[in-house]
Design a binder for this molecule. Structure first.
Ligand SMILES: *Cc1c(COP(=O)(O)O)cnc(C)c1O
Length: 389
């Protein structure tokens, strides 16, 4: 038995996080109080977007985004097969049909050329939205995706659940942070403990579009709102401060103040965490240089948030088992969504997306999180080396 038990990812909770949560527990609000507004304001500022709407989890962020965009039954959307099932599932909640396009072989993100081919293979107006994913933390070039979207009149919902703090350099040399609202219509984030910012559960939608923002606010709480009241049914003169209207069917997708307090406290450490993740990535990359290991592409114009440190190897299953035996719990991200049983009913089959499927055969995510100790990483590196010797 190894003395180590190293997961692929984990949260880092310190005393200030605990204090923030305890303080909220002792306050007047457990939900819908001041911590939520504060979290939204701070998050929008961190990402650089005009608006942020906190919700109960990342999947809710995706679902509400699509709902606010007006995606409905039998609309068609495009996403990547290499993502967590939630990206595609969110569209299914609305009855939309999910189409996939293959990934780029070096960055593992959705291949924009394949997306355009797919769009052109269908009648004009067939697709309503593209859902690119900042996979593993590698930001997609949303500027290019937005150009494509405008050409074909589509929405862009960016799934940045892996990528708070990631950015790319646009064609005018400006840094564009994932979710800053400049190119994507909305962007979804997750605060699951394995992601960068832990809130227990939690999610955020960022946007620069005021109309979408207002819709999102209402939709996260049943569709009930005190904005934009029309008094179509009840007599305006007889209504008081209690009065509200419900124009659309929404959900209870609220986050609690307890979670928002933790999210706020975690957000303060986000950039430090990214620096640590980069340091870990550099060390792995250097250590694996002479081994038959491929790492995710690195490009000075794309700042990876390194949610994952992904390697591609030929004997993936053997390496996975070997590491496990040695107390290293690597993980596989992900089984291609089009090959999940549920998605089989739509006619997807093996061979549909060869780059994604080849990626899946070889991929393995090594331990990557800010609190990973130096000696733990050395241990992981030594075991990977030992496997190949
Ligand atoms: C985690 C994740 C989600 C869902 O987030 P939850 O907060 O777990 O609902 C969606 N997309 C991707 C790519 C994710 O990694």
């Amino acid at each position: 038995m190894s003395k180590y038990k190293i997961p692929y990812g984990r949260q880092q909770i310190t005393q200030d996080d605990i204090d923030a949560v305890v303080e909220t527990l002792q306050s007047d609000f457990l939900t819908q109080g001041p911590r939520i507004d504060e979290f939204e304001t701070n998050f929008a500022q961190y990402i650089g977007s005009k608006y942020a709407v906190a919700v109960s989890n990342g999947t809710a962020a995706l679902h509400l985004s699509l709902l606010a965009m007006g995606i409905k039954n039998n609309d068609n959307i495009i996403t990547t097969p290499i993502t967590f099932a939630a990206t595609a599932n969110a569209a299914r909640y609305l009855g939309a049909n999910v189409y996939f396009a293959d990934i780029e072989k070096d960055t593992f993100v959705l291949d924009i050329n394949k997306v355009e081919e797919l769009i052109l293979s269908k009648p004009k107006g067939f697709f309503k939205a593209i859902l690119p994913v900042d996979f593993g933390g590698y930001p997609v070039n949303t500027q290019e995706f937005r150009k494509l979207a405008d050409k074909y009149n589509l929405f862009i919902l960016e799934d940045a659940c892996h990528a708070p703090g990631a950015y790319f350099v646009d064609d005018k040399k400006n840094k564009q942070k994932a979710g800053n609202g400049v190119f994507a219509h909305t962007t979804a984030f997750s605060f699951h403990p394995v992601k960068h910012i832990a809130a227990g559960e939690g999610g955020m939608i960022t946007t620069n579009n005021e109309n979408l923002y207002k819709k999102l606010l209402a939709l996260r709480t049943h569709g009930i709102s005190k904005e934009n009241m029309q008094y179509k049914v009840l007599d305006k003169n007889k209504q008081g401060a209690w009065y509200y209207e419900m124009h659309d069917l929404g959900y209870n997708y609220r986050i609690t103040d307890i979670q928002a307090a933790l999210g706020n406290s975690q957000l303060k450490k986000a950039d430090k965490g990214l620096e640590r993740r980069h340091k870990i990535a550099r060390k792995y990359t250097e250590a694996f240089k002479n081994l038959p290991i491929k790492v995710q592409k690195q490009d000075k114009n794309f700042y990876n948030a390194y949610h994952l440190f992904i390697i591609l190897v030929e004997k993936r299953k053997e390496l996975y088992e070997y590491l496990r035996k040695n107390g290293i719990f690597a993980q596989i991200h992900y089984i291609p969504v089009h090959l999940l049983d549920y998605y089989q009913q739509f006619g997807w089959k093996k061979g549909d997306f060869p780059v994604a499927e080849d990626y899946y055969e070889k991929t393995l995510s090594l331990p990557m999180y800010p609190s990973l100790k130096e000696e733990e990483q050395d241990y992981v590196i030594n075991k990977v080396r030992a496997f190949f010797e």
